[in-house]
Structure formats: structure tokens, C-alpha cells
Design a protein around this ligand. Structure first.
Ligand code: ZN
Length: 242
């Protein structure tokens, strides 16, 4: 048997156009797929609540086996799924970035900072490896970043900055790194480009910290730092009157 007549539309169709139904003698549904789908849809539309409740019940009863099946499928098709996701992302890039912007706005800056901190702690080795690879592959970009940073430092350095005190702190960081084997940075206690106001490249705004502490830091100035910086500005204005 290669064809069958649909009980609903009366057309003769190939047997592949019929769903399997083991309760029937020939093992096929009496109606063709389009007819069956249409009547299923009619039923669903007419009994929305009932269908939903039944689906939920089925889902609850089969949750574990379904999850297991899904995990197995993902494991067996890892590469194909990766390609599929990449393709899907590429096709829907704008929608994704819109959604992500909305999400970031909803989270707020503090929650985002915390998330990135947790992420960094969990993945610090992989991240550092990726940074190394990036630096190796993009020396011109790395140089441009460095120049940009040096320029930022220059602009944040007031004429009365104590350059010897600043250099001493950088030397201290190097020595500590060598002595402990833990990477130490010189950190701007109040960042050079803060959200509310910008810190200065002066020795009282510098602190020798481990790389980890540097990452942990929030972008907000502590009251002490704020006071200190206000003092710095005051000292600068006094200097000009001398
Ligand atoms: Zn039909």
C-alpha cells in the first residue's frame, strides 16, 4: 500500500502523508496530516485551558526523562548546536543587543559590577589566557591602548604632582610583585575617569594593590578619598596664588 484516501478531505494521498496510529488496522491515521493538524488546532483553540492543564501535567510527569533526553541530545550534537547558535545569533544580532541593553539597564551598575567580579573570579585563568592571546595577535591595538592610557595619565597629572613620590610607588609595586610572586598594580584610588568626577595622577591618589584587589574595587570614591581630593584641589588653587 503506497497511497490512502483521507476520511476527511477524500483525497488520495501517499501513505507518508498520514500520521502513524497503532490503534488502526493499517497503522495509519484515517485523516491525512493537514486534515489531522487542522482538527487538532480546532480542538486546541476550543479547549485552550484544558489543553494547557494537560500539557502541564504531562510535563510534570515526564520532566526528568525529558531533561535527560535533552542533555543527551546536546552532548551528542555539541558542534552542530554551536554552529546553529552562532548562526542564529548572527541573524538576530540587533534583537539580541537591544535585549541585552534593556537587561543591563534593569540590572543597574552595581549588580553588573558584582556579576563581572564573580565571573572574573570563576574564569580568571581562561580570561588571562585570552588576554595574552589577544595581545599577541593585536600588537598595534595594544600599542594604541597604551598610548591612549599614557595620554590619559598625562592629562590627569597636575604640574605640582610629586613625580618622585609617584615613581616610588610604581617601584614598590614591581618589588612586591618580584618578592611575593603575586602581581601588584598601582591603582588610582579614585579612577581617572570616574562617573561623578575624575581623580588625579598624584601620589595621594595612588595605592599599591594586588591585581585581584584592583578588580574588586568599586568605582565609587570613599569619603576619605573625596576629602583628600578636595584638599588637593584646594592646595592647587592656593599654589596659583603664591
Ligand atoms: Zn485530508
Amino acid at each position: 500500500m503506497t497511497s490512502k484516501t483521507c476520511a476527511k478531505c477524500g483525497e488520495s494521498k501517499p501513505t507518508t502523508d498520514f500520521f502513524k496510529d497503532c490503534s488502526r488496522r493499517d497503522g495509519l491515521s484515517s485523516r491525512c496530516k493537514p486534515c489531522k493538524n487542522a482538527s487538532n488546532k480546532d480542538y486546541r483553540d476550543a479547549n485552550l485551558e484544558k489543553v494547557k492543564a494537560k500539557q502541564l501535567e504531562w510535563h510534570k510527569a515526564n520532566r526528568d526523562t525529558q531533561l535527560k533526553k535533552m542533555r543527551e541530545y546536546c552532548r551528542a550534537n555539541r558542534e552542530a548546536l554551536k554552529d546553529y547558535r552562532a548562526q542564529y545569533y548572527a541573524n538576530n544580532k540587533e534583537r539580541f543587543s537591544e535585549r541585552s541593553a534593556k537587561w543591563r539597564e534593569k540590572q543597574g551598575p552595581e549588580a553588573l559590577a558584582k556579576r563581572s567580579r564573580v565571573y572574573y573570579e570563576r574564569k580568571s585563568e581562561q580570561i588571562q589566557e585570552r588576554v595574552r592571546e589577544y595581545r599577541k595577535a593585536n600588537p598595534h591595538k595594544v600599542n594604541a591602548f597604551r598610548r591612549q592610557y599614557e595620554d590619559k595619565l598625562r592629562k590627569a597629572t597636575p604640574p605640582w604632582a610629586d613625580m618622585r613620590a609617584i615613581r616610588a610607588l610604581y617601584e614598590q609595586a614591581t618589588l612586591l610583585t618580584q618578592a611575593t610572586g603575586i602581581k601588584h598594580h598601582v591603582d588610582h584610588v579614585h579612577p581617572l575617569q570616574g562617573k561623578t568626577f575624575s581623580g588625579l595622577h598624584v601620589h595621594y591618589n595612588l595605592a599599591v594593590v594586588t591585581a585581584e584587589e584592583n578588580l574588586r574595587k568599586s568605582n565609587k570614591p570613599t569619603p576619605q578619598v573625596k576629602q583628600l581630593l578636595d584638599g588637593v584641589v584646594l592646595a592647587a588653587s592656593e599654589n596659583t596664588h603664591e
